[in-house]
Write a protein that binds this ligand. Structure first.
Ligand SMILES: Nc1ncnc2c1ncn2[C@@H]1O[C@H](COP(=O)(O)OP(=O)(O)O)[C@@H](O)[C@H]1O
Ligand SMILES: O=c1ccn([C@@H]2O[C@H](COP(=O)(O)OP(=O)(O)O)[C@@H](O)[C@H]2O)c(=O)[nH]1
Ligand SMILES: [Mg+2]
Length: 191
């Protein structure tokens, strides 16, 4: 049974940055759903490359069958880990239903780490990200924020109803955010 922490928040809230620090220090393996999809997009012979690219540019969400298979594969190939940080997933109802269908009995969601951050700050961070992504531009970001507000935030509210959300305000410095994140993981370890 894989232990899983979902890491959610608007684009640019710092999910990848904070997950890298957790992986370095707290024994969790970081799986960025976005990175797995970008790798699949480039994979020689992938039948999903064009579909993935279209969704990424459009800020819409790739069908869960594709994303969940990539996540499960990555977890199974990761060997022993304290748990997995599933970064940037589930992003909509289709993702959530698909995860429940495919992963029940194989993965246990410990909690959801929600990095909340005002959208204007998030947009500036993405525009300055400098990773040459095809979706870090004004047009895609507008759509990504729309998707986040209308499709992803309701997923966070769903987990909130089940008392599983740990919110960390993320407009602050990485160090301040990470100090609070460590506290969240320590509290979970005590339970
Ligand atoms: N707390 C922070 N303060 C300032 N810049 C940040 C902070 N966290 C991340 N960044 C920067 O903002 C950009 C987006 O961060 P990233 O971790 O990729 O966010 P996400 O995965 O949520 O899109 C990156 O260039 C990163 O270096
Ligand atoms: O589970 C996922 C994760 C990502 N994406 C797509 O990949 C893009 C980039 O996701 P990522 O998490 O890398 O963006 P970030 O929030 O880190 O800026 C999203 O906008 C979606 O189009 C998706 O369809 N399903
Ligand atoms: Mg990211």
């Amino acid at each position: 049974m894989h232990n899983v922490v979902f890491v959610l928040g608007p684009p640019g809230s710092g999910k990848g940055t904070i997950c890298a620090k957790i992986q370095e220090n707290l024994g969790y393996v970081h799986l960025s759903a976005g990175d797995l999809l970008r790798a699949e997009r480039q994979r020689e012979g992938s039948e999903f490359g064009a579909l993935i690219e279209q969704h990424i540019r459009n800020g819409s969400i790739v069908p869960v069958e594709i994303t969940c298979a990539l996540l499960e594969n990555a977890m199974n190939n990761s060997g022993d880990a304290k748990g997995f940080l599933v970064d940037g997933f589930p992003r909509n109802e289709d993702n959530l239903q698909g995860w429940n269908k495919q992963m029940t009995g194989k993965a246990l969601v410990q909690f959801v780490l929600f990095l909340s951050c005002p959208v204007p700050i998030c947009i500036q961070r993405c525009l300055n990200r400098g990773q040459g992504r095809t979706d870090d531009n004004e047009e895609s970001l507008k759509k990504r924020v729309e998707t986040y507000n209308h499709q992803t935030f309701p997923i966070i509210e769903h987990f909130e109803k089940n008392g599983l959300v740990r919110e960390v305000k993320s407009e602050r410095s990485v160090e301040e955010i990470y100090a609070d994140v460590v506290e969240v993981f320590n509290q979970t370890a005590k339970v």
